[in-house]
Write a protein that binds this ligand. Structure first.
Ligand code: SF4
Length: 354
């Protein structure tokens, strides 16, 4: 029997015996499949599961999701991070509703033409929902294939991506593409893990070149990513007697579409004078009526490429804000309804504001 066929049979048998029982594996409906794929990018299954159920409960169809306000979707996404995923989810749902009658196109090319759907997600939907023969390549598949074929080209380089994609395409099971894709991802998630892969229990160990050559621990090779940048932020938690004044993040920076507070950036040490000047310059319509000399809380918040050194200063003001499209005056009792980054949510909790 052909080597790849024997390998795939072993992989598929193992998958059918050992697979985790996950809700999106019981359906061929592309909507929940898509939802699970978007949620599981950069998120662990146990963390993503409650969000998957919450989204399907609130938005049972693409059309219902498409009609949702962005702030509501961001609020439901709160805590998952990488908020561009939530914004893309909504814009793709709107595109599907407007241009495709609320249905997914049934071809790989059609799926790929949707804004917010890249090659990985298109291959996942094409195979899981429509049984089309497209190989998925995510982080798990990269790792399994790099080890299986002892690939030392960095998997995140252009040459490495091509090499892995070619191996994935050649290895794909043409009869059971959906199960094969699930199986190889599952193997990467639970057996061929980044640290301490469980080679003794691996169903395809006999075929694994890295295992034979003793190079498992060295693979996959990756080019070093960008160095994390340090950012220093002084947050002005502006409050009146019964409202907080939040700021919508509109620029192409972190947390686009979410709310935080007006902030002064760039001072490694607390600088009260600079912060009060910043408030006066940015929001001259407000009068500061009670100043804090020091920030009440400071946090180090780690994002994928940034280390945020955030300080929160609680400052009493009076007056009405002019720029209502950016600043939001929120009654103190309604703070928990605003979509905020995890850092701000943590601050709210620790200050017992929600
Ligand atoms: Fe991964 Fe080890 Fe299996 Fe090779 S033998 S595929 S390194 S778990």
């Amino acid at each position: 029997m052909d080597e790849p066929i024997r390998l795939n049979i072993k992989l598929l048998e193992w998958y059918n015996r050992e697979k985790r029982d996950l809700p999106w594996r019981h359906t061929q409906n592309p909507y929940p499949i898509w939802l699970s794929e978007v949620i599981l990018q950069q998120t662990r299954v146990d963390q993503g599961l409650p969000y998957y159920h919450a989204f399907l409960n609130r938005y049972p169809t693409i059309r219902v999701l498409a009609a949702a306000p962005e702030q509501e979707v961001l609020k439901l996404w709160q805590g998952l991070g990488y908020y561009s995923r939530a914004r893309n989810l909504l814009s793709t749902a709107r595109q599907l509703t407007e241009d495709h009658g609320g249905n997914f196109p049934k071809t790989y090319e059609g799926l790929l033409s949707l804004k917010g759907i890249g090659p990985y997600t298109a291959a996942a939907i094409a195979s899981f929902a429509f049984d089309l023969t497209y190989a998925v390549v995510d982080g798990n598949v990269n790792r399994v294939l790099a080890r299986l074929f002892d690939v030392h080209t960095p998997v995140n380089s252009t040459a490495g991506k091509k090499e892995i994609q070619a191996l994935a395409d050649a290895q794909l099971d043409r009869t059971y593409p959906a199960q094969y894709n699930q199986a190889i991802m599952e193997l990467g998630a639970v057996v061929c893990t980044p640290a301490k892969p469980n080679c003794p229990l691996c169903p395809i160990q006999d075929h694994c070149l890295a295992f034979a050559n003793g190079t498992v621990e060295k693979l996959p090779v990756k080019l070093k990513g960008k160095k994390a940048v340090d950012r220093h932020m002084d947050y002005a938690v502006l409050e009146t007697a019964d409202h907080f004044i939040l700021r919508k993040r509109t620029s192409k920076d972190i947390w686009q579409g979410l709310h935080d507070f007006e902030a002064l950036e760039g001072f490694a040490e607390p600088n009260a004078a600079a912060l009060y000047k910043h408030i006066k310059d940015t929001l001259p319509e407000l009068e500061v009526v009670r100043k804090s000399a020091f920030p009440e809380r400071t946090y180090l918040h780690i994002l994928s490429h940034q280390r945020l050194h955030a300080r929160f200063w609680r400052i009493r003001v009076s007056g009405e804000i002019n720029e209502k499209s950016i600043y939001l005056s929120v009654p103190k009792s309604e703070l928990s309804e605003v979509a905020v980054p995890r850092l701000v949510h943590k601050y709210f909790e620790e200050e017992e504001l929600i």
